[in-house]
Design a protein around this ligand. Structure first.
Ligand code: SF4
Ligand code: SF4
Length: 382
């Protein structure tokens, strides 16, 4: 059987450990999805047995449940609350150490230690989110050294989705369910087999070290059919054909009051979103007041503090903040970055405690608010 040195090989499911071992031998810390407290989170793993074997997730607005099927499926869980964001844009990043001197103060940057991290199990929507974060933190005019240090050490093994959640709408956003770019390896689980494709030089190198046989045309075709069926099965979609303009025109729509009456401003949607990048900075002095740590922390446009600028809160109400979030995400993001700020992962729908659904809200906002003519409104009045 010919061995693969090019881009597409097959690995029996029971042999995935060889890939993890090859990555460890190359100095990578391998991270994969693991079951913890009723959800799936990223953890450092050394063995395939730590993956959520046989588990599947069911997600609906405001609801996340794991169930054990008893199968040997490795990647039956689509995703947990975390995307790839925490690997590159750390939730809390020390930026500077500040030291007081007699004539002022000095600062020294606290760049993260370079580390090789291989993440197995990222989904197409996560990769699409990573591409957006790259554009924000590593663009032509500014390259964030903290983000860049983490990004350079990242090796991504994507898993193409063959099962859609009730909350997924990546097909309508054209970001999935097949990983399109930004991965080093992409895996499609087809029964007992893993179709493995390389997407980078580093991916090809790892694949060549484990000598996987070339994939058959039947396996490649079965994988493509499963991914296509996954796209077809998505029950949610987001119609972005009239964006951004239609959302700008909906600025005074009464639906904003309706959603503001349900939103708790809890910030969950922004924490789980792969593309949200709002942050704040914080100084933590030591007890001697001679040193202070200057750190960057994730923040959210749903907090009171985030809208506070120069003695005034520019978004005092929840309506202001929800409108800001949705309009930025789906409209002004397009003007700013040339792409939607939503990749259709559905996490904000699942992890919203009151089940606010971004696809439903947009649909309502783009439906003209038909008020009855004044004469009719007062027909039965005094
Ligand atoms: S807005 Fe919601 S569905 Fe869109 S990328 Fe963010 S979390 Fe995912
Ligand atoms: S998760 Fe839901 S309730 Fe919380 S801020 Fe977002 S939309 Fe509002």
């Amino acid at each position: 059987m010919p061995m693969v040195s090019q881009s597409c090989g097959v690995l029996p499911r029971v042999d995935l450990q060889r890939l993890l071992d090859a990555l460890s031998a190359e100095g990578y810390r391998v991270v994969g999805p693991t079951v913890r407290e009723g959800s799936v989170v990223w953890e450092t793993i050394s063995s395939v047995s730590e993956l959520p074997i046989g588990w599947r997730d069911q997600q609906e607005p405001g609801r996340y449940r794991l169930e054990q099927t008893g199968s040997q499926e490795l990647f039956g869980v689509v995703h947990g609350p975390q995307s790839l964001k925490p690997f590159v844009f750390a939730p809390r990043e020390p930026l500077l150490q500040i030291t007081r001197r007699q004539d002022g103060f000095t600062t020294s940057p606290t760049l993260p230690q370079p580390e090789r991290v291989a993440v197995i199990g990222a989904r197409a929507c996560d990769l699409a989110g990573l591409v957006i974060q790259d554009r924000i933190f590593m663009n032509e005019t500014y390259r964030d050294p903290y983000y860049a240090t983490r990004r350079e050490g990242l090796f991504v093994i994507a898993v193409n989705c063959t099962r859609a959640l009730a909350t997924c709408f990546c097909a309508s956003m054209e970001t999935g369910p097949r990983a399109q770019r930004g991965y080093d390896l992409a895996v499609t689980e087809v029964d007992e087999q893993l179709l493995v494709e390389s997407g980078s030089e580093a991916g090809r190198d790892i694949l060549s070290t484990i000598l996987v046989p070339a994939a058959s045309d039947e396996l490649i075709s079965a994988a493509a059919s499963s991914i296509h069926a996954c796209a077809q099965s998505q029950i949610r979609r987001l119609d972005h054909s009239r964006l951004p303009q239609a959302l700008y025109e909906a600025h005074e729509h009464p639906r904003w009051d309706d959603v503001a009456g349900r939103c708790l401003a809890c910030t969950n949607c922004t924490m789980v979103c792969p593309t949200c990048f709002c942050h704040t900075v914080e100084e933590t002095p030591d007890l001697s007041h001679q040193h202070a740590a200057h750190a960057r922390l994730w923040d959210s446009c749903f907090t009171q503090e985030h809208g506070y600028i120069h003695g005034k809160n520019i978004r005092p109400t929840i309506k202001d903040r929800y409108r800001m979030w949705l309009t930025h995400k789906l409209a002004s993001w397009i003007d700013q970055f040339g792409t939607s700020g939503c990749v259709g992962c559905g996490r904000c729908i699942t992890w919203c405690p009151v089940g606010i659904d971004v696809t439903e809200e947009l649909s309502a906002l783009l439906t003209p608010d038909v008020q009855p003519p004044l004469a009719l409104q007062h027909k039965d009045g005094p």
